[in-house]
Ligand binder design. Structure first.
Ligand code: F0G
Length: 362
């Protein structure tokens, strides 16, 4: 159809099929943010806004491939555990592909916009009395018993689609001034995206398209209340300890057992990257700062910018670096968080003079 060869599917040479179940996805903007760039103090800062995908997060890039594979396999039921965005994407792409979808969500810990999407796109929604990691345990059991086809980031085809974030960043960044970014900073939950980016750059190097020295340093950011990857990177461990209890306002990355850690840790290490944990307060500040440049993101996404700022303050990132921060989900995903971080509406009488008097009052 009209979407053929667009967005993610422009890179079909790097994907297992020439086309997928598409809405379409990818081709997201790379924003400049001059005030933030100056304030944080790096040579060039760009924001790759993955919230601009059809369902409002980067998960769409994986689902367009994963749901195509599921169709190919002829499975009956698609399933995922989710902190919200994966369930919204699975519901929409499942609906597009005419397939039944089942999503398991941690009760009370998923932002309103995401549940609304899963609901209207007709997923069957199960709210589990437990956190995301428990939901993923159950979905893995269901898949192992042949009850559902798993579309979490443990599914390697999801990550194939998400590789295209790296391809787009390299093209867009270089088209501006001829350089590649020194570093890509991204929020980490299950570490699927970190793994996908690392695979993208490994393939580019192996094919001869990119010099090893041009691979951006992969830098992961977690919330302080859910930071098992940061713990492992700081301790130099090859294994990540599962955190049984996690908490953060950035509910999308409220994850204690990053299942893709075995693929993501080498990515962070071998590219010369690092990992950092940020407070919820820093996340909110970064969300406001991005919004102040017109870029509306959900809290987990703002973690990337909060992490960059902290690393810069600590002197772990130099002033001459060129950096891309990944913002993974749209502001409207979590309207409650946006209201809390933003200013309240002011009630005024239904009268122009009264409105003017109110404005003059400030
Ligand atoms: N940012 C957002 C907005 C997310 O929704 C997620 C993950 C991440 C970052 C972390 O990405 O897992 O690849 O390291 N959300 C998943 C979900 C867990 O269920 O929507 P990751």
């Amino acid at each position: 159809d009209d979407f053929e060869g667009r967005g993610v599917w422009r890179y079909s040479a790097a994907l297992p099929f020439a086309e997928g179940v598409t809405l379409p996805e990818g081709d997201t903007p790379l924003h400049d943010v001059p005030r933030l760039e100056e304030d944080i103090g790096v040579d060039r800062l760009r924001i790759k806004h993955e919230g601009m995908n059809p369902t409002g997060s980067f998960k769409d890039r994986g689902m367009t491939v994963g749901v195509r594979v599921a169709k190919e396999l002829g499975v009956d039921r698609l399933a995922c555990a989710s902190t919200g965005n994966t369930s919204a994407a699975l519901a929409a792409y499942g609906a597009r592909g005419g397939m039944e979808t089942l999503v398991l969500l941690p009760a009370g810990k998923v932002a309103a916009g995401k549940i609304a999407q899963a609901s209207l796109h007709d997923a069957r929604i199960l709210e589990v009395d437990g956190n995301f990691d428990s939901c993923l345990d159950i979905v893995q059991d269901l898949a192992a018993r042949g009850e559902a086809y798993l579309l979490n980031s443990l599914n390697p085809f999801r990550l194939e689609g998400q590789k295209t974030i790296g391809l787009e960043i390299m093209e867009q960044f270089r088209d501006e001034e001829g350089d590649y970014p020194d570093r890509i900073v991204l929020p980490v939950g299950n570490a699927g995206n970190t793994s996908a980016l690392y695979k993208c750059f490994r393939e580019l190097v192996q094919s001869g398209a990119l010099a090893e020295s041009d691979v951006p340093k992969l830098t992961g950011v977690q919330a302080e209340g859910a930071a098992p990857m940061v713990e492992a990177v700081e301790a130099g461990n090859d294994e990540v300890r599962r955190w049984e209890s996690v908490e953060t306002r950035a509910t999308a990355i409220r994850i204690g057992n990053p299942v893709n850690a075995p693929k993501a840790l080498p990515g962070i290490r071998n590219t010369g990257g690092t990992a950092v944990a940020v407070s919820d307060e820093r996340i909110t500040d970064a969300q406001r700062a991005l919004a102040g440049e017109g870029v509306g993101v959900e809290p987990a996404s703002a973690a990337s910018v909060a992490g960059l700022r902290k690393l810069r303050e600590q002197g772990r990132i130099a002033a001459d670096e060129q950096v891309v921060c990944l913002t993974t989900g749209h502001l409207l995903k979590d309207p409650d968080a946006a209201f809390e971080a933003g200013d309240d509406p002011e009630p005024v009488p239904n009268d122009t003079d009264a409105v003017l008097a109110h404005l003059a009052d400030d």
